[in-house]
Design a protein around this ligand. Structure first.
Ligand SMILES: [Zn+2]
Length: 68
C-alpha cells in the first residue's frame, strides 16, 4: 500500500496517509484542523520496482587453518 503525503494549506500540517491503488478516492482531510484544503505531495521514495532482494555473501563454513 503506497503512502501519500499531504500538506495542509491551512495550518501547514504535513501528514501521510495510506491509500489503496484501486478504488475511489476519498476526501482527504487534515488530521489537525480537519480542513479539506490539503495538497498531495510527491513521496520521496517513488518508483520502487522489484521486490526487495538482499544480496548476502555466501558464508563459507571453514575451519581454523593453522598449524598448532
Ligand atoms: Zn490543517
Amino acid at each position: 500500500m503506497p503512502i501519500y503525503e499531504y500538506i495542509c494549506l491551512k495550518c501547514s500540517e504535513q501528514f501521510s496517509l495510506l491509500q489503496r491503488v484501486t478504488g475511489d478516492q476519498k476526501e482527504t482531510k487534515c488530521p489537525k484542523c480537519s480542513s479539506g484544503d490539503v495538497k498531495k505531495m510527491l513521496s520521496s521514495f517513488c518508483c520502487s520496482s522489484g521486490s526487495g532482494k538482499s544480496i548476502s555473501p555466501a558464508v563459507s563454513a571453514g575451519g581454523f587453518s593453522g598449524g598448532g
